[in-house]
Design a protein around this ligand. Sequence first.
Ligand SMILES: Cc1cc2nc3c(=O)[nH]c(=O)nc-3n(C[C@H](O)[C@H](O)[C@H](O)COP(=O)(O)OP(=O)(O)OC[C@H]3O[C@@H](n4cnc5c(N)ncnc54)[C@H](O)[C@@H]3O)c2cc1C
Length: 266
Amino acid sequence: MYNFTYHRASGLRQATNLLGKLDEAKLLAGGQTLLPTMKQRLAAPANLVDLNKVEGLSGIELQGRALVIGAMTRHAEVASSPVVQQAIPALAHLAGLIGDPAVRHMGTLGGSVANNDPNADYPAACLALAATIITTKRKLIADEFFTGLFETALMPDEIVVKVSFPLPKKAAYEKFRNPASRYALVGVFVAKRPSEIRVAVTGAGTSGVFRVPAFEEALKKRFSPKALDGLGVPADGMSSDIHGGAEYRAHLVGVMAKRAVAAAME
Ligand SMILES: Cc1cc2nc3c(=O)[nH]c(=O)nc-3n(C[C@H](O)[C@H](O)[C@H](O)COP(=O)(O)OP(=O)(O)OC[C@H]3O[C@@H](n4cnc5c(N)ncnc54)[C@H](O)[C@@H]3O)c2cc1C
């Protein structure tokens, strides 16, 4: 690890000011992605701005027809929250599938969406549930927030404050885990919303999380796994690595989508 200067922010305004004025500054949330990359010398920020003592960034609240979760809320809190389990059980299930207990007790929702790892779980939930990401500057719909591999619409001095998930009628997430890393080799989140069906896929696309309009159209006509018979995604555009080739991932997208629809119907 290279040397860096540690700053403990006491409020959002201070964190924003530090990000704006310091050279090569990075926010530190749960540290589950940032610290390993720093240890491996894949990242070398000169300054770390710690969000852990900033008040008001963590918590889970039902606000009308939306579930609002603070950026510093840990995955374990989402997984075990009776409010989440009642309002969007698929989201609690998803949080409980992330990494291992240590990762879930430190990793945060804000860190996960800001990092936008192509194999991460939350981006699929945000996209399928049509979530809004609320930052220190604006509100961004998920379709505009996730822009590519490890890329988001966030500006360098912009902080994710909370995420608002509109309540779906039905939803489910099915994840084919990489047994070594526990990240998604392919994960599919299906949401039946009052006015539309959304299907979002993580782990598979070369450009990160994506929706599958053909699946969504078919499921709008008939919300059943059978509606997806004969449909698939092209292997072109799927990532390929030692864990699975593009054809394999394309096949898994169809399989996991059907499983997710079946789970949502239960
Ligand atoms: C062994 C292991 C297994 C894992 N398995 C999975 C898995 O199965 N599924 C999965 O989805 N993830 C997995 N993860 C990643 C985990 O979910 C991380 O918690 C997450 O990616 C990052 O969250 P964090 O709070 O740790 O962020 P950090 O590591 O602290 O930060 C990550 C990045 O986000 C930025 N950031 C953090 N918070 C904010 C904010 N509020 N606003 C703007 N930028 C911010 C940071 O500056 C940094 O660039 C795994 C990690 C490990 C180490």
